[in-house]
Design a protein around this ligand. Structure first.
Ligand SMILES: Nc1ncnc2c1ncn2[C@@H]1O[C@H](COP(=O)(O)OP(=O)(O)OP(=O)(O)O)[C@@H](O)[C@H]1O
Ligand SMILES: [Mg+2]
Length: 578
């Protein structure tokens, strides 16, 4: 509950005014039937017009007062609930930004989206109902009950009996519905995951003509959600008719008993009218309270899911960093007995006892078969993940001792699955460094061989990119991502298979430019093509999570079998292609 307190405190006027106005409105509800009874019993019975007019005006004034309070109360309830939801949504979003890759892998994108949208909406709806009804309904219930006891204690006892039965029934309904709502929410998660994955990969699906297959996969998930929703909601459908039945049956009983009393002169017609109104109020209030309870159970499930995100322990943090002020200045990287697994509980390590040293300014290449752990290896340098054992050092300092900001400021990574954002090319480039001058942007684009195609667009650097940079070619996207990384002016530049969609000549051109213009930056480049790595200062050969060898092209050709195999298999392919 702690997460809601700051928002409640900040907007306390909504959280105070809404219930007060609603209570005032409820007060009017008791006065109206009372005045009405007076008109019937005292005014109409004796023909006292002045009395009728006086009470009529009082009723009109009460009705207007109730209208003002009702509208005001509803307004502040909506406002308070919306502000609370906005606050929690903001905090959840911020927390998601802080989550490290490991936690994001754990939650799944679809589930995070459901939590930040649907789950927070449940909390908002509940808060709104709570503000409107938490005081009003009990006040109405108790008030109307007291008034009915004042009017006729015998009849009031009948109402009490019905009330107890109704409360029991509502309790049973809620107890059955509550777990069903939790299941419904989980199924919604599954659906969102599916939708998320499908929409992101729409182009792949189309190119593989898999629309039908995806439809088939979607249908059962959609159907299950529908079934679970019906299962949960059908219980609640019962609530309204059950309450109405209770009102009708009780009214009938009251009229029957009261009719006899009226005949013998123990009760007036006016009192009966008032009594029936109180009866309706009691049962309506009860119904409203039951609805709040029900929304509460749904909100509790949503609250748990939001808390899971907000309380998630961030595995990569710099809270205990010992050299927070330190910046990356040289660009050396050392791996000392580093082992890593994505799932710490599993035995098989993705990286096994890695020992490496890269010196400042070196041009390092990493090769190895797919799945050998290359991307995993480089992801430990900027702490996208933390090593399970061993130490990764940058400039001789454990990466865990830097503040995340200084560490990542000093390192630019172009990930294998890189992404651009919607906005202009310039805005995308400035992601690396807001303050970069135009010359710096142009220099980065020149090195990344992106200048030519950018200048071929009519709007050049102002060209608008669609979401994910979809309106660029694969190679253009990759070159822009390299330029974006260079704008950061890092000390260590890591490119993970970042020129795979670029032709060989441009690839060679980019490498030459990196070497010539960025002499003092450590360049770590993962590549599939041997031709791309041959001129590196050091080539690291990865095999099944281990460093099999490290050396220059010539050294490795002389002694490393895996390297020779990769070299010859690629040569054969090239010859076949010719
Ligand atoms: N986020 C992840 N969660 C769990 N396992 C992962 C994750 N990413 C990679 N792996 C596993 O770790 C191993 C190494 O993957 P990695 O991506 O480092 O290989 P790679 O050498 O970069 O391969 P490629 O050349 O295909 O890019 C693989 O077995 C892969 O299945
Ligand atoms: Mg990889």
């Amino acid at each position: 509950m702690k997460k809601y307190i700051p928002a409640i405190r900040k907007n306390r006027y909504c959280f105070i005014l809404a219930p007060i106005l609603m209570i005032l409105e409820a007060a009017g509800e008791f006065i109206l039937p009372y005045l009405n009874a007076n008109i019937i019993d005292k005014g109409a019975a004796t023909g006292d017009i002045a009395y009728i007019v006086q009470n009529g005006l009082l009723m009109a004034a009460t009705a207007i007062f109730m209208l003002v309070c009702g509208v005001g109360g509803a307004y502040f309830a909506i406002k308070g609930a919306s502000l609370l939801a906005a606050d929690v949504r903001g905090n959840t979003f911020q927390k998601i930004q802080k989550l490290s890759f490991a936690e994001i892998d754990g939650f799944s994108t679809g589930s995070l989206i459901t939590r930040i949208t649907n789950d927070i909406t449940q909390i908002q709806n509940f808060t709104q109902s709570l503000l409107r009804g938490c005081c009003r309904s009990p006040v109405m219930l108790i008030g109307a009950l007291c008034m009915s006891f004042v009017l006729n204690p015998g009849l009031a006892a009948v109402i009490c009996t019905v009330m107890v039965l109704l409360v029991l029934l509502i309790y049973l309904l809620i107890r059955t519905a509550s777990p069903r709502y939790t299941v419904m929410q989980e199924k919604l998660d599954g659906l969102n995951n599916r939708i998320n994955e499908t929409i992101i990969n729409e182009r792949v699906i189309k190119s593989f003509v898999r629309e039908e297959y995806e439809k088939e996969r979607f249908l059962p998930i959609n159907e299950v959600l529908m079934e679970k929703s019906v299962r949960a909601l059908k219980i609640m459908i019962l609530m309204q008719p059950v309450s109405t039945l209770a009102i009708n049956v009780t009214t009938l009983a009251v009229v029957w008993i009261a009719g006899r009393q009226i005949m013998v002169g123990d009760m007036t017609v006016g009192a009966l009218t008032a009594f029936i109104t109180y009866l309706t109020q009691i049962l309506t209030a009860l119904n409203f309270l039951a609805n709040i309870f029900l929304q509460g159970t749904r909100a509790a499930a949503s609250n748990r899911r939001i808390s899971e995100v907000l309380n998630a322990r961030i595995s990569v943090s710099d809270e205990s960093a010992r050299e927070k002020e330190k910046k990356v200045t040289m660009g050396s990287v050392t791996f000392e007995h580093v082992s890593f697994a994505y799932d710490a509980a599993r035995e098989d390590m993705v990286l096994k006892d890695i020992n490496l040293q890269f010196l400042p300014g070196q041009f390092i290449s990493i090769v190895g078969s797919t799945g050998s752990g290359k991307s995993t290896l480089i992801s430990l340098i900027p702490r996208l993940y933390d090593a399970l054992s061993g130490t990764v050092r940058v400039d001789g300092t454990d990466v865990r001792d830097y503040s995340l900001r200084s560490l990542r400021d000093g390192i630019a990574v172009v990930l294998q699955k890189n992404m651009l954002f919607s906005g202009t090319i310039e805005e995308n480039l400035r992601w690396g460094n807001e303050q970069a001058s135009r010359e710096e942007l142009e220099k980065a684009c020149r090195i990344a061989h992106a200048e030519e195609f950018i200048n071929s667009f009519p709007e050049k650097y102002e060209t608008h990119l669609e979401q994910g940079g979809q309106n660029l070619s694969g190679g253009q996207r990759q070159r822009l991502c390299i330029a974006r990384a260079l704008v950061k002016q890092p000390k260590i530049l890591i490119l993970d298979d970042s020129t795979s969609a670029v032709d060989m000549a441009t690839d060679a051109g980019i490498r030459r430019a990196l070497r010539e213009e960025l002499g003092d930056i450590t360049k770590i480049i993962i590549a599939q093509r041997i031709s791309s790595v041959m001129d590196a200062d050091q080539i690291v050969v990865m095999n099944d999570g281990r460093v099999e060898d490290m050396g220059t092209h010539r050294e490795l050709m002389a002694r490393c079998r895996t390297y020779q195999e990769i070299y010859y298999s690629q040569k054969e392919k090239e010859e076949d292609a010719q």
